[in-house]
Design a protein around this ligand. Structure first.
Ligand SMILES: N[C@@H](CCC(=O)N[C@@H](CS)C(=O)NCC(=O)O)C(=O)O
Length: 233
């Protein structure tokens, strides 16, 4: 299998977590933002990444969207399962996944790129990085007003996740589901923002645990050698 991705995209991280959880072998092709459209659009009709190319006879040629990729992986290789045996719980996990994808992953992007363009500029002050950040901000309409809205959406999300994760190790049911994978991937960019990293230690503990369960290297801000989550308070 081949995963077409942007190396830093949190939606691509979500697909990698699914592949890693099921321990499926795959290769990666990193695409350049902007030019990626030339490679991706003819394959899927869309322009977003991740895209998975199963490269297996009898399987679809290309699968776009992280949610569809996880669904495909579940049919391709059932064990270990990412779907919950209880139908109602599985529906709840799919709803949470959709909310995290459509609302919270976007809110994270807004808050993250605002930080990288301001206080967090020193993470990579190079011209090329600052140009990418500026293009992304324009593309998605990231400005003070939209970031304010995104920040309040994130606050509600963190409240909801804290209730669920503090009650149980998993967001729904008693095992890892697509909801946990979506949350771990789509909130991971917040690890680089001190206000979130210091304010929500339980979030990053869960993100680390889920990455370990999925055999996926930790995201920036949580990698080995960096300051331990719990010791930052
Ligand atoms: N719902 C999609 C969202 C993916 C998405 O927004 N990908 C971004 C990268 S983080 C992208 O490809 N942006 C490029 C573009 O829109 O041209 C998914 O879950 O795969």
């Amino acid at each position: 299998m081949l995963l077409l991705q942007f190396s830093t995209s949190h939606y691509c991280r979500k697909a990698r977590l699914g592949l890693g959880y099921k321990q499926i072998n795959y290769n990666i092709e990193n695409l350049t933002p902007g030019l990626h459209v030339l490679r991706v659009k003819p394959l899927t009709g869309l322009q977003t990444l991740p895209v998975l190319l199963p490269q297996i006879e009898g399987q679809p040629n290309a699968i776009a969207d992280s949610t569809q990729i996880l669904k495909f992986l579940e049919t391709y290789q059932q064990e270990p399962s990412l779907f919950l045996p209880d139908h109602q719980q599985q529906t709840e996990a799919l709803m949470l996944e959709d909310w995290l994808d459509e609302s919270i992953g976007t809110a994270t992007r807004f808050v993250y790129y605002q930080y990288r363009a301001g206080e967090g500029k020193q993470i990579d002050p190079s011209l090329s990085s600052q140009m990418v950040i500026s293009v992304v901000r324009q593309q998605y309409g990231i400005n003070n007003a939209s970031v304010k809205l995104a920040t309040s959406r994130l606050a509600i999300a963190l409240e909801e996740l804290s209730i669920r994760w503090q009650k149980n190790d998993y967001l729904v049911g008693n095992k890892l589901s697509v909801a946990d994978i979506a949350a771990a991937a789509l909130l991971s960019p917040l690890a680089l923002i001190p206000q979130y990293h210091q304010g929500y230690p339980w979030l990053f503990e869960h993100i680390v645990q889920i990455h370990q369960l999925c055999h996926e290297p930790l995201p920036p801000g949580l990698s080995e050698g960096e300051v331990e989550v719990g010791s930052r308070e």
